[in-house]
Design a protein around this ligand. Structure first.
Ligand code: WT7
Length: 649
C-alpha cells in the first residue's frame, strides 16, 4: 500500500491487468465526457448490449422543470428476457445464475443454472397468471432471501406485472399500508422465513395485513414447512397451483417506460413513498453500473449481502448481475450466526470473487477482531465494495487490510432507492481510492453542490448534493402522486434533483457524503423517517407528544432517539417504555425499534410552537455545550431538564 499523507489519504490499488470492463482512468474521462456531451449516442450504445424487441432511437427525453423523465421511450424490451432467456439462448444455459446459501450453514446449498432459472421463472409466471394476475397489476412480494423471491420478481417482470417487494422486517400494519397505497390485488409470500436460527412468521403477518387491506389472491411458497392457515378461495400453495401449468410463457414485450416495480422508502414527512421505476432505463442502468462498478468478469461469483426487500437487492442481487449473465450468491442468514465468521465462511465455501456489503456489517464484524476472518481462505476475493451509509475510514481500513489483505480495490458506492443504481463510486482500474470518500460520478451523473439558498458552489466545497441531469435509472414518479414526487425532490432547488444528502467535494473532485440533511435517519443502512416513528409513538394512548432524531451509533451508524412527553399526570415506567417499543414494532416493524426513549415533561419549542429539533439532535448527540442560540425558546428551562434527563439515562 502506498498511502500518502496529503489531506485525504490516497490508496492506490489498481485492478489487475486482466480487466473485466477495461476502464482505465483515461477511458473513464473520455467515456464520462461523452456520456454528458453526447449523451444520446452514449446511452444508446450502452443500451445496445441488451436485447430489444424494438430498438430505441432516442435515449433521454427529460426535464426537471416541469418534471417529466423518459428514457429510450420508443424502445420495447423485457427485462426478464434480458436477465434470463437471452443467456440460455446464447448457449450459456449451464452457467450458474444463483447460488443459494441457506441460513443454516449445514442446510442444502442450491445452485441454479440459467436454464433452470428460466424454467422456474416460467413456472412461477404461469402460476401467477393462473391465479389471475395480468399485465399492469401490482403484485406484493413478502419473501425471505430465497431464490423463489428472485423468481417471483422476474416472473412479474416477464408477464408485465409490477412488483412491490416489502422487506420481511416490516410489520403487518406496514404491509397493509403499502398494499392499499398501490391497490395491490395479489401477494406472493413464503410460509415462514429463517434468519439467524429464528423463524419469521411471514404468512401470519400477511394474514394480519389482509384483515386491514383485503386482496384477491395469495401465492404461498412452502419454505420451512411451518404451520400456517390457508384461506379458501384466496390462498394457494405454490406447489399445488403450479401443477400442470405450461412450460412455456413468452416474455411480454414492454414499452421502455412501462412500470417495472414500486419500492417504498421513507422520507422526511408522511407515509413511505412508493417510488416507481420503469423498464428500459432501469434495465440499462443496472446492467451498465453492475458491469463497470464491479468490473465484472465472466465466471466470477458476485455476492451482494443486501436483502431483495431493499433497492440494493433489486439492483445487485437480481437485475444487475443476471442481466450480465453473472453468478450471484443469495444468502438467507445474518453475518453473526451461528458464528461471527459466517460471511468469511461463505466466501471461502463459494469462492466469492466480489463482495458487496454495508458499513454497519463491517463495523459489527470488526469488533470481533481478525481471528474469525483469518480462519478462512479468502484468496478468491478480487474486489470489495460497500453501500448504504458513509463508511468511516477506520472501518474502511479494517475491511481493506483484514478482509482484503491490503491488496484489493475497495469501492464505496453512493446511491439511493430513487437513483436505481450506483451514482458515485471509484471504478476499479480507473480510480485511486480515498478511505471514507464515495469517489467520482458514474457515467451520465452530474452532481452539483448548493448552499442553503441554492447558490451553486464550485470547486472544493461542502453543501447539499443535487443532481442536475437525469440518468436512465432515475425513479420516474411516486406511484399515484406525481405532485409529491415533484415537491419532494425538485422544489427545494428548482429544476434540480435534491438528494437529501450533505456532501463535500475535495480538490480532486472526489465526493464525500456527510449524511442526510433532512429528517431522515440511516439506521444500519436502512432509511427511516423520523416522522413515521413519531406517528407510531403518538398512537399510544398515554403519549402526548413525541420527537425523534438520529444520534451517532458505533455499529448502526445512527440510532433512533425518541423524546416522549406523556399525558398529564402520568409517570414514565419500564412497562410503558416496553409498550412504546412494541407500539413502534407493531406500526412499522422491528427495524424501527427505538434505541433510546427519553421521557421528558416538555419539548423545546419556539414561541410559535415549533419543536426545535436542532436542540434535540445536539442533546441526543451529547453535544450539550454546542446548543447554539436558544433565545427563541418559549421556555428555556426545558433545555436544562432535557440535559439532566439525558445524563440520567
Ligand atoms: C441514502 C439512500 C443505495 C442503496 C442503499 C440505501 C445513504 C447510501 C451511501 C454511501 C454515504 C450513503 C444516503 C442516501 N447512502 N449509500 N455509499 N455513502 N451514504 O438506499 O435506503 O434509498 O438510502 O443512504 O444518505 O441518501 P436508500
Amino acid at each position: 500500500m502506498t498511502d500518502t499523507a496529503a489531506h485525504d489519504e490516497w490508496v492506490r490499488r489498481p485492478a489487475s491487468a486482466a480487466q473485466g470492463t477495461n476502464c482505465t482512468a483515461e477511458q473513464y474521462e473520455a467515456m464520462y465526457a461523452r456520456s454528458i456531451e453526447d449523451s444520446d449516442a452514449f446511452w444508446l450504445e450502452q443500451a445496445a448490449r441488451l436485447d430489444w424487441v424494438k430498438t430505441p432511437t432516442v435515449a433521454g427525453d427529460w426535464s426537471f422543470d416541469p418534471v417529466s423523465i423518459k428514457w429510450f421511450e420508443d424502445g420495447q424490451l423485457n427485462i426478464c428476457h434480458n436477465a434470463v432467456d437471452r443467456h440460455v439462448a446464447a448457449g450459456h444455459g449451464d452457467r450458474i445464475a444463483l447460488i443459494f446459501e441457506p441460513d443454516d450453514p449445514h442446510g442444502e446449498v442450491r445452485r441454479i443454472s440459467y436454464a433452470e432459472l428460466e424454467r422456474e421463472v416460467v413456472r412461477m409466471a404461469n402460476t401467477l397468471k393462473k391465479m389471475g394476475v395480468s399485465k399492469g397489476d401490482r403484485v406484493t412480494i413478502y419473501m425471505p432471501m430465497v431464490p423463489e423471491g428472485a423468481f417471483a420478481m422476474l416472473a412479474c417482470a416477464r408477464i408485465g406485472a409490477v412488483h412491490s417487494v416489502i422487506f420481511g422486517g416490516f410489520s403487518p400494519e406496514a404491509i397493509a399500508g403499502r398494499i392499499e397505497d398501490c391497490a395491490s390485488d395479489w401477494l406472493v409470500c413464503a410460509d415462514e422465513g429463517r434468519r439467524g436460527g429464528k423463524t419469521i412468521p411471514l404468512k401470519n403477518n400477511v394474514d394480519e395485513a389482509l384483515e386491514k387491506a383485503p386482496n384477491r389472491g395469495v401465492l404461498v411458497i412452502e419454505h420451512t414447512g411451518g404451520q400456517v392457515t390457508m384461506r379458501e378461495g384466496r390462498d394457494h400453495w405454490y406447489h399445488e397451483l403450479s401443477q400442470g401449468v405450461s412450460d412455456e410463457c413468452p416474455c411480454e414485450p414492454m414499452n421502455a417506460e412501462d412500470p417495472l416495480f414500486i419500492l417504498y422508502t421513507s422520507g422526511s414527512t408522511g407515509k413511505p413513498k412508493g417510488l416507481l421505476h420503469t423498464t428500459g432505463g432501469y434495465a440499462v442502468w443496472t446492467e451498465t453500473t453492475f458491469r463497470y462498478t464491479f468490473d465484472y468478469r465472466p465466471g466470477e461469483v458476485f455476492w451482494c449481502t443486501a436483502d431483495i426487500g431493499w433497492v440494493t437487492g433489486h439492483s445487485y442481487v437480481v437485475y444487475g448481475p443476471l442481466q450480465n449473465g453473472a453468478t450471484a450468491l443469495m444468502f438467507e442468514g445474518v453475518p453473526n450466526w451461528p458464528d461471527v465468521d459466517r460471511f468469511w465462511a461463505a466466501v471461502e465455501k463459494h469462492k466469492v470473487n466480489i463482495f458487496y456489503t454495508a458499513p454497519t456489517a463491517i463495523r459489527s464484524l470488526m469488533r470481533e477482531g481478525k481471528e474469525p476472518v483469518e480462519r478462512h481462505d479468502l484468496s478468491s476475493l478480487r474486489l470489495l465494495g460497500t453501500v448504504g451509509e458513509p463508511i468511516n475510514p477506520e472501518a474502511w481500513r479494517w475491511y481493506s487490510d483484514t478482509v482484503g489483505k491490503g491488496a484489493l480495490p475497495v469501492i464505496d458506492t453512493w446511491w439511493q432507492t430513487e437513483t436505481g443504481g450506483v451514482m458515485i463510486t471509484t471504478l476499479p482500474g480507473a480510480h485511486d481510492m480515498k478511505p471514507g470518500s464515495a469517489g467520482k460520478p458514474f457515467f451520465g451523473v452530474v452532481p452539483q453542490l448548493v448552499d442553503a439558498d441554492g447558490e451553486v458552489l464550485e470547486g472544493a466545497a461542502s453543501g447539499n448534493l443535487c443532481l442536475i441531469r437525469s440518468w436512465p435509472g432515475q425513479a420516474r414518479t411516486v406511484y399515484g402522486d406525481h405532485d409529491r414526487f415533484v415537491q419532494t425532490y425538485f422544489v427545494t432547488y428548482r429544476g434540480k434533483y435534491f438528494t437529501g444528502d450533505g456532501c463535500r467535494r475535495d480538490e480532486d473532485g472526489y465526493y464525500w457524503i456527510t449524511g442526510r440533511v433532512d429528517d431522515v435517519i440511516n439506521v444500519s443502512g436502512h432509511r427511516m423517517g423520523t416522522a413515521e416513528v413519531e406517528s407510531a409513538l403518538v398512537l399510544h394512548e398515554h403519549v402526548a407528544e413525541a420527537a425523534v432524531v438520529g444520534y451517532p451509533h458505533d455499529i448502526k451508524g445512527q440510532g433512533i432517539y425518541c423524546y416522549v412527553t406523556l399525558n398529564a399526570g402520568l409517570e414514565p415506567s419500564d412497562d410503558l417504555a416496553a409498550a412504546l417499543r412494541q407500539q413502534v414494532r407493531h406500526e412499522i416493524g422491528p427495524i424501527a425499534s427505538p434505541d433510546h426513549l427519553h421521557f421528558t415533561p416538555a419539548l423545546p419549542k419556539t414561541r410559535s410552537g415549533k419543536i426545535m429539533r436542532r436542540i434535540l439532535r445536539k442533546i441526543a448527540e451529547n453535544e450539550v455545550s454546542a446548543l447554539g442560540d436558544t433565545s427563541t425558546l418559549a421556555d428555556p428551562s426545558v433545555v436544562d431538564q432535557l440535559i439532566a434527563g439525558r445524563m440520567n439515562r
